[in-house]
Design a protein around this ligand. Structure first.
Ligand SMILES: Cc1ncc(COP(=O)(O)O)c(C=O)c1O
Length: 413
């Protein structure tokens, strides 16, 4: 374009979101060929076997029972005080760290990731993220003139690559003396990997070793957007307890999202939860993020906060909500198992899946493979190094048959 009006820092490629573009194509195919003949594994939202978005009744009945004024009102800039308490209960469960904890409400997990990157890095710094990552980490970093460095998520045994993590972590920390590392677990997007408790110990040992230099500032940003679909009970929350009594120069920020666990994707609610062994550092976090809230979106969605609070503070409602969530989680697990078993049967290589909405097939030429699969009416997202299959969006039956189709296409591209 010869003529620009936007300022230099605001010039970006004129491209639409590729995921929403492919989802639109899948919709066209469904209209043309019928939904029984199309596998649409594009969007990261839970849909039932008929292709309808799952919306938890316990959540929406609560929302609709609220007086209009409670829905319409502004929330406080940092979030409603009762929400800031309740969200800790639902996020940590039995495993609340023994630490100073402050919370700021944000519009979704995205808001807290944004606060973590903006408020804990200097201009030009790199954040550290694994090589299988959610692309908005890059979008957010670019927006703020920050860079992203990757470590390899898996080693050759397909386990967490602690050596690669250590190498990149220390390289960046030695250079910058401060480092934000985003760890998207449990139920990583796009792989479905969850760090084990032992792997968390290894990560924290590296952080603690490097924290011996008092000049170092280490920020671990835990993106747990899919935590409500991880594990069977609350075993995938145990790692939170490990954030107790850490050295003062290790700060943990948990990015909590209501989008998946409450099926409130578009209601935009979540929280930035700051954890420190030092009260002043936790308070500093709170005021810094409150300032960011005011500067960016003023305040969050009050009705969404109220729904979480009402459910969390009433044991009967909590039970009903958890039962409904459990049903959805079980459906998701069956689908993922069907895909993983289907892949095994036909010898399709997939990355280690533990929990969550997605399974990833590593491959070269992912874009070409995705284009070819589109011709077969199987819609799957092309990543840099593989294909992301959204088990959250596809029936168990189709999850079982999809791997054979994918294998067949990968063999010829
Ligand atoms: C890895 C990851 N982190 C965070 C989010 C946050 O989403 P939201 O801002 O809707 O809570 C998502 C949603 O897709 C995600 O996939």
């Amino acid at each position: 374009m010869a003529f620009n009006m936007v300022a230099d820092h605001a010039k970006w490629p004129m491209a639409n979101d590729p995921i929403f573009g492919l989802a639109a194509k899948a919709k066209e195919a469904i209209d043309k060929y019928g939904k029984e003949n199309v596998i649409d594994s594009t969007l990261g939202a839970l849909v039932d076997d008929e292709g309808n978005l799952i919306c938890l009744n316990t959540v929406y009945n609560e929302l609709k029972s609220m007086p209009n004024a409670a829905i319409a009102a502004y929330a406080q800039v940092a979030g409603q005080p009762d929400f800031l308490e309740a969200v800790q209960k639902v996020c940590f469960g039995k495993y609340k760290p023994d630490a100073h904890i402050r919370v700021v409400a944000t519009p979704g997990g995205t808001g807290s990731v944004r606060h973590g990157i903006w408020n804990y890095t200097n201009p030009g710094d790199s954040i550290l993220v694994s090589d299988w990552y959610w692309s908005p980490y890059v979008t957010i970093s670019e927006e703020f003139n920050r860079k992203v460095t990757n470590y390899e998520l898996f080693d050759d045994k397909n386990e967490f690559n602690i050596a690669s993590f250590k190498e990149k972590f220390e390289e960046l920390l030695n250079k910058q003396k401060r480092l934000v590392t985003v760890i998207n677990t449990p139920a990583n997007n796009p792989t479905g990997y969850s760090l084990s408790d032992e792997e968390w110990d290894e990560v924290l040992n590296i952080a603690k070793e490097n924290a011996k230099d008092p000049e170092n500032k280490i920020i671990i940003l835990v993106d747990c957007a899919y935590i409500d679909y991880a594990g069977t009970g609350d075993e995938r929350r145990k790692f939170f307890k490990k954030f107790s009594n850490l050295p003062e120069n290790i700060f943990v920020l948990v990015a909590y999202s209501m989008s998946k666990g409450y099926t409130m994707y578009g209601m935009r609610s979540g929280a930035a939860i700051g954890i420190s062994s030092n009260k002043d550092i936790a308070d500093e976090f709170f005021y810094s993020c409150m300032h960011s809230n005011r500067a960016n979106w003023s305040n969050g969605t009050r009705a969404a906060m109220e729904v979480l609070t009402r459910i969390a503070n009433d044991p009967e409602k909590t039970k009903a909500y958890e039962d409904e969530l459990y049903e959805t989680k079980t459906m998701l697990k069956k689908r993922a198992e069907a895909f993983v078993n289907g892949a095994k049967e036909v010898g399709l290589d997939i990355l280690p899946y533990r929990d969550g909405f997605f399974v990833t097939i590593p491959c070269e030429n992912a874009k070409k493979a995705s284009d070819e699969l589109t011709k077969e009416n199987l819609f799957v997202i092309a990543l840099k190094k593989g294909l992301r299959f959204a088990v959250c969006a596809v029936s168990e039956e189709k999850c079982r048959t999809a791997p054979a189709k994918i294998k067949e296409v990968l063999e010829r591209v």
